[in-house]
Design a protein around this ligand. Structure first.
Ligand code: DGI
Ligand code: FE
Ligand code: FE
Ligand code: FE
Length: 187
């Protein structure tokens, strides 16, 4: 499938507002790949597909997690986390995406993971700072991203964790492990 067809297929999965976010993530991820020596084609593809199932019905995602043997632990955590793993599974099935680096960047774009690859970091950070994102601290993340991928990403995870704490939500353990691992890498 060519790029334009894949774009249209992705666009058709979500409302216009979410699609505008995806376009912002693509633009930002390619910029970050150029800035930090990442693979811009993989960054483009992973960014395009990262929220593929974000707007899918919860029941449909739950069924895929159960029937396809995705981590059962997800079912005990916030539904917001599901679309990353489900999306990676679906784009392989529906579009034959078989680049494991791209699939991992999709799978871990919400929580991160320990020992994130450069591509994981680029997609996760682009998701935090694309132009239409607005939340307390996003300007600082954009500023750090001009020079330091890891520090910008820590600031991103900090904003997520702070937000979750303020709402009294359960924190997915991998989110904390990702942040700790990045900080150890910076020191
Ligand atoms: O899909 P996006 O909105 O573009 O961004 P995302 O995939 O990073 O998802 C963000 C949502 O996921 C946001 O509502 C916060 C939530 N989230 C991220 N990490 C955690 C989390 N929710 C819980 N409960 N625990 C986490 O560790
Ligand atoms: Fe997402
Ligand atoms: Fe296709
Ligand atoms: Fe996103």
């Amino acid at each position: 499938m060519n790029r334009e067809a894949l774009k249209e297929a992705t666009r058709s999965q979500m409302p216009e507002r979410r699609w505008q976010h995806v376009l912002g993530v693509i633009e930002t991820a390619v910029e970050l790949a150029d800035r930090f020596g990442g693979d811009r084609d993989k960054a483009w593809l992973a960014a395009l597909l990262h929220d593929y199932t974000k707007a899918w019905p919860i029941e449909k995602m739950e069924r895929i997690i159960r029937e396809q043997g995705l981590p059962a632990e997800l079912l005990e955590h916030d539904k917001e986390l599901w679309h990353a793993h489900v999306g990676a599974w679906v784009v392989r099935q529906e579009h034959g995406i078989d680049d494991e680096e791209v699939l991992d960047a999709i799978r871990y774009h919400t929580s991160g993971r320990e020992r994130m690859t450069k591509l994981d970091k680029i997609v996760c950070l682009a998701d935090y700072m694309e132009p239409s994102r607005e939340y307390p601290g996003v300007e600082r993340i954009r500023e750090l991203a001009k020079t330091n991928l890891d520090e910008a990403l820590v600031a991103g995870f900090d904003s997520t964790i702070t937000f979750l704490l303020s709402k009294g939500k359960v924190i997915f353990p991998l989110t904390v492990l990702s942040r700790n691992d990045l900080i150890r890498g910076i020191r």
